[in-house]
Design a protein around this ligand. Structure first.
Ligand SMILES: Nc1ncnc2c1ncn2[C@@H]1O[C@H](COP(=O)(O)OP(=O)(O)OP(=O)(O)O)[C@@H](O)[C@H]1O
Ligand SMILES: [Mg+2]
Length: 382
């Protein structure tokens, strides 16, 4: 069984995908730190990290710019960063603006779109725009060639598949019938613009407070010149995702439902011919081998130490934990069998949230370990 550095050998891009709350942000940050420790120049693109984790990475605000994490902070945790660790917090709106600026034929067209109220709403509210913009930023950084490895955290979608569909949804929106209607020279927009002074529209304008229809028409007209550029770029982003130097890691929890979702997500990756690297099962309850070794004497031993009442309650609690651990083991075995992969890395449910560099270093003791080391360490913990 592999460690994360085996899975990422020769890769330029690592995408941590999975359902909401499973540990994508934590895992991405930990992987980036671990690979930087091994000598690579790594940049992690995070999305909505918990404030304390962002603080500990030195990410105080949304800058949409990569910042280097001070290696001295890791040295305090006994981790030597031989390469470089950079981190940035993705700002979907700012990325969209940058993209428009790049695709606009001239400054005037750019300013018309950026200053347009419809654009301002759409660029932050459009379904999937956050996912799409994450990939845009990835593409841009990849083109710049400043880093050996880019690690992409993915947005908190209810369903991991939303992320895969994002480029398609955005291009469908751009190519879509509604937009075409607006953009045809004889279409709705032109008609509306021609009748700008009509009574109905001026009433409407009074109600909504600004000239919504005129703004719409202007937005779609200004956008029309950029559609081809957007589409061409979306195709390049898609081919980057499918590149053999890209690696998708599926992050999931050990319960039945997350495992089902991971199986489904893996199937979709394969169908879309996207490169699957492995699965990270996070927050696993490991069987407590040390206590199990005491076997049937455990209740008696606990009763003697703690008294009958507390002893039996601790015993019950332990039995519950063991049941959870057995359930997790069964689910993970099923996951490995369904995915026909050995690349399943288990990370235990730690006693505390992971919000600082010490927490990331602890996660990396599992991510970057051989299966044997991992098992030994986890058994020691439990
Ligand atoms: N192995 C672990 N043990 C204990 N706590 C963990 C572990 N991994 C992550 N956590 C905690 O679980 C919470 C969720 O983790 P994280 O934010 O990484 O998930 P996510 O998949 O990025 O969530 P979202 O989908 O909302 O973006 C965080 O509070 C984090 O500190
Ligand atoms: Mg997250």
């Amino acid at each position: 069984m592999s460690a994360v550095d085996d899975l990422l050998e020769g890769k330029d891009i690592c995408i941590c995908a999975g359902s909401g709350g499973v540990g994508k942000t934590t895992t991405s940050a930990a992987i980036a730190a671990g690979m930087a420790a091994r000598g690579l120049r790594v940049c992690v693109l995070t999305i909505d990290p918990a404030k304390r984790l962002a603080d500990s990475l030195g990410l105080k605000e949304l800058g949409n710019e990569a910042r280097q994490v001070d290696p001295a902070l890791f040295a305090e945790q006994g981790v030597e960063i031989k390469g470089e660790l950079w981190a940035m917090m993705l700002d979907a709106k700012a990325t969209f603006d940058e993209l428009v600026a790049r695709q606009a034929p001239d400054e005037e067209a750019r300013d018309r779109v950026l200053g347009n109220r419809i654009y301002q709403q759409i660029s932050s509210a459009l379904a999937g725009s956050q996912e799409y913009m994450a990939m845009e930023k990835l593409f841009e950084l990849h083109t710049e060639d400043r880093f050996d490895l880019l690690v992409l955290d993915t947005p908190p979608t209810r369903n991991a598949l939303d992320f895969l569909d994002a480029p398609k949804r955005l291009t469908q929106f751009i190519e879509g019938r509604s937009l075409r209607v607006f953009m045809k020279p004889t279409g709705f927009a032109a008609k509306v613009a021609g009748r700008g002074a009509s009574v109905a529209l001026s009433v409407f304008k009074r109600i909504v407070g600004f000239d919504l229809i005129a703004d719409l028409a202007e937005f779609f007209n200004a956008f029309s010149g950029m559609v081809d550029g957007f589409q061409a770029r979306a195709r390049r982003v898609n081919s980057l995702l499918a590149d053999r130097r890209t690696c998708f890691l599926v992050v999931c929890g050990p319960q039945g439902e997350p495992v089902d979702e991971a199986v489904y997500f893996h199937r979709k990756l394969v169908e879309a011919k996207l490169p699957f690297g492995g699965v990270i099962v996070n927050k696993v309850h490991y069987p407590a081998e040390r206590l199990r070794g005491d076997g049937a004497d455990l209740p008696a031993a606990l009763a003697e130490r703690l008294g009958d009442d507390l002893g039996s309650r601790v015993c019950e609690n332990f039995a519950d934990y063991q049941a959870l651990a057995e359930r997790d083991t069964r689910n993970i075995d099923r996951l490995a069998a369904e995915l026909r992969t050995q690349a399943v890395i288990r990370v235990p449910y730690l006693d505390e949230d992971v919000h600082d560099l010490a927490g990331l270093a602890e996660i990396n003791r599992y991510l970057f370990a051989s299966a044997e080391q991992r098992e030994a360490r986890a058994a020691g913990r439990a």
